[in-house]
Design a protein around this ligand. Structure first.
Ligand SMILES: C[S@@+](CC[C@H](N)C(=O)[O-])C[C@H]1O[C@@H](n2cnc3c(N)ncnc32)[C@H](O)[C@@H]1O
Length: 211
């Protein structure tokens, strides 16, 4: 998955130009800043930083992280407020983060790439890195026939996979799960409170606060 996104970095943001997704994108961009107003936010798997300027607009501090130098290089070219820092970190190993306290976290299109069997432990690890009262927001895809890349296979744990093609002619099998509200909420664990799930036509947004 990481290697696929390193190779895809230069062409990644084309996904945000799909005409049928524009109304959803504008609605999510407009709603995100209020989620993080005044907060110190950890963004995981930020990729090219497409969401960062929108979501970080009213934050106090924002650390945008990704594993791949190729995607981070594009994120660093964006015009970002001075309180936004961009750094390399592995979302599966939060010890690789620069030191800092966070009262919010954000990840776009990361949930869908975490194997189902890893999600409970991954969420527990993330929550442990955040302060009590922290706000957590995830955005991800809904499966829309005719717009989403078709599912190519399902494994014994229930994870689904797509075959994706890049401009260099390479083909990659990528784990991509399409969570629904019930799936997601049962995974959040005992610290999640005030859970909100917004289903747009192409995306879902999950937001909650930690006890
Ligand atoms: C679907 S992209 C999402 C990018 C961005 N959040 C967005 O919404 O446009 C997934 C990202 O996960 C990153 N990634 C893959 N494995 C990772 C890991 N172990 N830790 C952090 N980021 C990782 C990839 O480099 C890629 O940028």
């Amino acid at each position: 998955m990481a290697a696929y996104y390193a190779r895809r970095a230069a062409e990644y943001e084309r996904i945000y130009a799909r005409p049928e997704r524009q109304a959803d994108l504008r609605a999510i961009e407009a709603a995100l800043p209020a989620e993080f107003s005044g907060r110190r936010v950890l963004e995981l798997a930020c990729g090219t930083g497409w969401w960062t300027p929108h979501a970080a607009r009213d934050a106090r501090h924002w650390l945008a992280t990704d594993l791949n130098p190729e995607t981070l290089a594009i994120a660093r070219q964006k015009t970002l407020p001075a309180y936004v820092q961009v750094a390399r970190a592995d979302a599966y190993d939060l010890k690789t983060l620069p030191p800092g306290e966070f009262d919010a976290a954000f990840a776009g299109f990361w949930w869908s790439h975490v194997p189902l069997q890893r999600l409970p432990d991954w969420l527990a690890m993330l929550h442990a890195r955040l302060q009590p009262g922290a706000r957590v927001v995830f955005i991800d895809n809904r499966y829309v026939a005719g717009s989403s890349t078709p599912i190519h296979r399902r494994d014994e744990a229930g994870n689904t996979y797509q075959l994706r093609h890049l401009d260099d002619g390479s083909t990659h099998e990528v784990l991509k799960n399409f969570a629904d509200r019930e799936d997601a909420l049962t995974l959040l664990g005992p610290r999640a409170t005030g859970v909100r799930w917004v289903a747009h036509a192409h995306y879902w947004v999950l937001a909650y606060d930690l006890l």
